[in-house]
Design a protein around this ligand. Sequence first.
Ligand code: LRH
Length: 482
Amino acid sequence: MTVLAAVDLGASSGRVMAAHVEGNQVRLTEAARFPNRAVQVRGRLYWDVLGLWSGVLDGLRAVGDAASIGVDSWAVDYGLVDADGHLLGNPLCYRDARNAKAKAEVLASVSEAELFERTGIQPQPFNTVFQLEAELANRLRPSAHRLLLIPDLIAYWLSGELSCEATNASTTGLIDLADGSWADDLATYFSSVLGPVTPTGTVLGPILPEIAAATGLAGTTRVIATASHDTAAAVAAVPYESDRAAYISCGTWSLVGTERDTPIATPEALAAGFTNERGADGTIRFLRNVAGLWLLSESVDTWRREGHDIDLAGLLDAAAAEERLRSVVDPDDPRFADPGDMPERIRAYCAETGQPVPETPAQVAACVLDSLALAHRRAIDALEALTGDPVDTVHIVGGGSKNTLLCQLTADATGRPVLAGPDEATALGNALVQAQALGLIGPGPEPRRAAARASARPRRHEPQGTQAPWEQATRRLSGRTQ
Ligand code: LRH
């Protein structure tokens, strides 16, 4: 048996998992979990990257012994380091308000259609390409030597090696779809800080002596550039049972898509909100980014701030008992993107659209979950239309797969069986890619999928009821969504 450490940093928590690899089975145990949240200071929204770093070190200390370490996190965000490798300022959160303005500035010289055709990436305001436009105002910029996406930054602190792992690099909106190289003319002032793209699975090198001393790990422990985009890692761990299955990597976001050999960068794909990110094997993750359980977690945070004693399991039970599809919102409406009072914004949306206004936490939670299931349905329908490939099963992986109500509603809304789990798909995918890099599992997608199947036991949700209420609710929303 070999033990690997999977560091998985999410927008609401980070964790270090010990992955025990035996044959083609991986068993995960949690070494450490620590909260993460964006922190607002003087109108800027930062990540507490040093808090995360401390959590990573604590977790590695708890793992005790590992052949290798892989780091993944959410996409698009980065730190700039100077020529001595020191961090220039604190990384900002992709929800920072600067991005919308920066996006508009970039679009003054290049159209969304051009950007999409060139990079295959849906022009979301938080893409690195737009964040860099805002970064032009950063006085520290002239000292920048290298841009490191968050997992690359942590891997650098662990190994001393600069990298720019391919799956996450693709999310920047700065990678040319045609050949995987930097489309650095889109961010001219930054072309010198974009390092060579590191192929997924590259062994970067051993941990630094100071890290061995700080964690108790052997100095020979290697750092591997795993699939460092959390969604790529999660997709690498989908225990597919059918080649007509779609995935939903469900957490803060719901990433709904399939894996393909070729991108779809047509005007229709752009209009439907789809994107073409790189998968662990250089495949295309053709997916739609739906605002996910963020709406619920922000609601819960709001209620707790207001002094309500909210127990999540109790809330979900109460939401299950509410009338279905009483009121629905488009989770992707930009008003829901910022941190803050989510229940109030949901109420305002419902009032504006002439729907019953959800008042109690259970009603708000029911509205959010119905709306997410409906958004999943829209995304699956669009996916089928764009690819021409029918979808017969939906895998829900990630933390959201533990939400049995959302899984059942997604089965009902899409009219397809949902296979739920693994909930730690990201850590599993992270570990599977490391295991492949070390030769513990054969190369390529098939051996990894077999290992994912051997390591996970998904829960099955059969669709119930008719499609009629979901169709009706879709029509109700359609005036407001694309
Ligand atoms: C999910 C995710 C998603 C990105 C978003 C910024 O955690 O990586 O794939 O679009 O964060």
